[in-house]
Design a protein around this ligand. Structure first.
Ligand SMILES: Cc1cc2nc3c(=O)[nH]c(=O)nc-3n(C[C@H](O)[C@H](O)[C@H](O)COP(=O)(O)OP(=O)(O)OC[C@H]3O[C@@H](n4cnc5c(N)ncnc54)[C@H](O)[C@@H]3O)c2cc1C
Length: 764
């Protein structure tokens, strides 16, 4: 029996979840920390009743198959309740390392004992899991056998282990020795661990003679095993972080101060929402790394290291917030937050500093050993078609558009970029998601992702048509009459008509419902006459039409009485004034309306339904094109890495580059998961955090660009590449503002994603 299908993964999660819930969740860990030996019975049940010690181990030795997805799920569930069993040591460390060792009697028998009988194992690692292994023991050949000498001060799960795997230095090499508890009489001292849910012992070998057969592997097997073990430890920590988060959420929903639930205070909501985004990012990294192992992808090892660093950091944060948000009871033995905090302390000792791990990733990036851009999947005909088309089309007069018009460069070459939109449309690359009867191509999500990624990989310019194609077209498709669709969709789909978005006003930003622009119906013509002001209106100065949210009912307030109008911009009564931005460019405008007209035929939905339509439109914002956007981010990171490489002290940037890479990987896999979830109709709370995640990541990238530029960053550069990075560093500040500010995003995540109380509203 293998465990490699989604159904089986779900089954593992549910079965383990039920099993652990029966034990009272974290209660078992609480009892263990009180000195009650819970672990033994739990282990017997896991190994016997559930047969879970075979997960992630080779079938040839009675395991359930080397499926890292299944193993990472099991470890997250066990971690969530700090289940006091030696699963990580046995299956995650020893099991994975033995699986990577050459087949042979002792190794095979040990794996069979773990998978079939639930033998417990420990690994005597002297260096942190996240670093290169440095054995604490030395081996010397002695006849047919070896003599082992040395000590490892803190080995998790040692005293209870039936099997102990000991990496030892053997000459210039490393050898792995597998010892049984019987071999180790007198060599093991039980120590009193800070994290009482996981025993720790000292291994002292003073000339221990072992048989030659005990040597089961070498340095290569150790390295391969530890690369997988890093993901296992990450998964268990991510589970523990989720556990700390869950108990905290429950507590703050119940606890009241000043007459209110404490989770109604924004200071608390925002921290918890921010942590939730980080938890989801770690989960995405773990899923990505697990899938990479299962699919034999070369990114498995770096993704696992990235996951290890991220998981420890999120566990430390979740545990620390848990104590803080519990207040005084968080400091007590009786409540469980301290257990998570102690687990985090123990794991930092076991795994090493995340800073060192991201630095290692950054160094690999600088050395060119780690790719920034995801590879184009070979053999995908659509990707090839896009790549070929782009190569042919981005030539001649369009050649100068390559990599132009992105963040911070949005007002560059606008006329030529409009012509480019028509070219794209002729090539059949506009309206990919729209149904065919509306003139679209009805491509699947995977196909649209392929287009957007290859478009960005080829250096396709920032899209002038994105408000029309990305926002207006799907809204028309959902709410427009047949006549409206026939009137407006063709211009969008042939790349000749450009749209602007008229929502924000000077007095209505985050609180859009406070808008005051008025629309009044002309009793003679039925047209709507609009008076008021919109602001921050992107690209209005180079657009043909604008959709406007206005107040149609006299005396109405808030979300009531609003109308959604489509209006031509080139008409009397509309005055567009560009606003100069902090990067010197002018992408957005003030738009003044003084009795400007919208035809009665251009009301989308009914008058009064404006809010509903306006919100539905926002729901379409940056759907699948986010994957293309990420490809552009990757290109920026690549450019910054190249600059760092040429700097006086490249390694000084290694930590920040490693972090940027780690964040990019998390976003990519998070976005894929969200898109897949949306396609199958799942309402994934993680999706609410995506805008917050990417915009903050990109803002940090802008800061990194300036750091790498050093003194050159502070003078306006003549070099177009550097000037573009400077502009990027300034413009990315906008991304945590437009489309809902950081603070509003956190409110949304907390309220809609985590069910926390809504913000109090003012009277006016
Ligand atoms: C580059 C750019 C392009 C844009 N393009 C368009 C466009 O094409 N069309 C359009 O209609 N709009 C556009 N916008 C406007 C954008 O949507 C608004 O700027 C945004 O909604 C914030 O509104 P505001 O600027 O009035 O800030 P405010 O709402 O006044 O916010 C000021 C500060 O207060 C905080 N704040 C506000 N309310 C709360 C709260 N309840 N809790 C906690 N903190 C709060 C905010 O987070 C922010 O930090 C654009 C903005 C930018 C920067």
């Amino acid at each position: 029996m293998t465990m490699d299908s989604p159904e089986e993964h779900r089954m593992i999660r549910e079965e383990l979840g039920r099993f652990l819930a029966r034990l009272g969740g974290v209660e078992a860990a609480m009892r263990q920390s009180e000195g009650q030996a819970e672990g033994e019975a739990l282990w017997q049940a896991l190994a016997g009743e559930l047969m879970f010690t075979g997960i992630g181990l080779p079938e040839a030795q009675g395991g359930l198959g080397a499926d890292m997805r299944a193993l990472s799920i099991a470890l997250r569930e066990l971690g969530r309740v700090l289940c006091p069993v030696p699963f990580l040591s046995t299956v995650g460390l020893v099991g994975q390392t033995l699986a990577a060792a050459p087949e042979g009697g002792v190794r095979d028998a040990a794996l069979a004992r773990i998978a079939g009988e639930g033998a417990r194992a420990a690994m005597a690692l002297a260096a942190p899991l996240g670093a290169d292994p440095v054995p604490g023991v030395t081996a010397q050949a002695d006849g047919d056998g070896f003599v082992l000498t040395g000590a490892v001060a803190a080995v998790a799960d040692l005293a209870q282990a039936d099997l102990v795997l000991v990496p030892a230095r053997l000459g210039d090499d490393v050898a792995l020795f597998l010892l049984s508890s019987g071999d180790l009489a007198g060599a093991v001292t039980d120590r009193s661990p800070a994290d009482a849910t996981r025993p720790v012992g000292r291994l002292s070998l003073d000339g221990l003679s072992v048989a030659g057969a005990a040597r089961v592997g070498d340095g290569a097997a150790l390295a391969a095993g530890l690369a997988r073990a890093r993901l296992c430890a990450a998964a268990e920590m991510a589970g523990a972080a989720r556990g700390a988060f869950d108990i905290t959420r429950a507590y703050i929903a119940e606890r009241k101060q000043f007459g209110r639930r404490i989770d109604s205070y924004q200071a608390i909501k925002h921290r918890v929402a921010d942590l939730f985004v980080a938890l989801n990012a770690v989960d995405a990294l773990i899923d990505a790394a697990a899938a990479a192992w299962d699919e034999g992808d070369a990114m498995a090892a770096p993704d696992s290291l990235a996951a290890l660093a991220a998981a420890l950091e999120v566990l430390e944060r979740a545990a620390s917030e848990s104590i803080q948000l519990h207040g005084g009871v968080g400091m007590t033995w009786e409540y469980s937050p301290h257990l998570f905090h102690k687990r985090a302390l123990a794991m930092r000792a076991d795994c090493g500093a995340p800073e060192a791990q991201v630095t290692a990733l950054g160094r690999a990036l600088l050395a060119g050993d780690l790719p920034v851009l995801p590879d184009a999947p070979e053999g995908d005909p659509l990707r090839r078609e896009v790549a070929n088309w782009m190569q042919n089309a981005l030539t001649g007069r369009f050649a100068e558009l390559r990599h132009r018009g992105g963040a911070g460069d949005g007002d560059a070459l606008t006329d030529l970029r409009k012509d480019w939109e028509a070219e794209l449309a002729k090539g059949g690359w506009v309206g990919l998601d729209l149904p065919k009867d509306l003139g679209g191509r009805a491509l699947t999500i995977a196909e649209q992702v392929a287009f957007h990624e290859e478009y960005a990989r080829a250096g396709g310019p920032g899209r002038m048509g994105h408000i029309g194609e990305g926002l207006m077209a799907p809204t028309l498709a959902a709410f427009g009459t047949d006549a409206q669709k026939a009137r407006h969709l063709p211009g969008i789909l042939d790349g000749t008509v450009f749209w602007a978005q008229g929502y924000s006003e000077p007095g209505a930003g985050s609180d859009l419902a406070a808008l005051r622009t008025r629309a009044r119906q002309d009793p003679e013509t039925g047209d709507w006459l609009v008076t008021g002001q919109k602001t921050w209106t992107s690209l209005a100065h180079v657009s043909d039409w604008i959709f406007v949210l206005a107040r149609a009912e006299e005396g109405s307030t808030g979300r009531d009485g609003l109308i959604f109008l489509m209006m031509p911009l080139d008409q009397p009564g509309i005055d567009i004034r560009p606003i100069r931005q902090i990067n010197g460019g002018s992408e957005f405008n003030e738009v003044f309306f003084d009795g400007a007209r919208a035809s009665a035929d251009d009301v989308l939905g009914a008058p009064g339904e404006g809010w509903k339509i306006a919100m539905a439109l926002l729901g379409f914002e940056r759907g699948i094109s986010t994957l293309g956007q990420q490809m552009a981010f990757a290109q920026e990171l690549q450019a910054i890495t190249a600059l760092a490489r040429d700097s006086a002290d490249p390694h000084a940037f290694a930590p920040a580059l490693g972090r940027a890479w780690q964040g990019l990987r998390a976003m990519r896999h998070g976005a894929m998961r969200i898109l897949e979830g949306l396609a199958s109709g799942q309402n994934d709370a993680a999706a609410l955090g995506y805008k917050y995640e990417w915009s903050n990541w990109h803002r940090s990238l802008g800061e990194l660009a300036m750091q790498v530029l050093g003194a050159e960053g502070a003078v306006r550069s003549e070099d177009p590449e550097i000037a573009r990075l400077q502009s990027l560093a300034l413009f990315v500040r906008a991304e945590t503002i437009y489309g809902g500010t950081n603070e509003i995003q956190l409110n949304i995540i907390a309220e809609r994603g985590l069910g926390m109380p809504r913000e109090p509203r003012g009277a006016a």
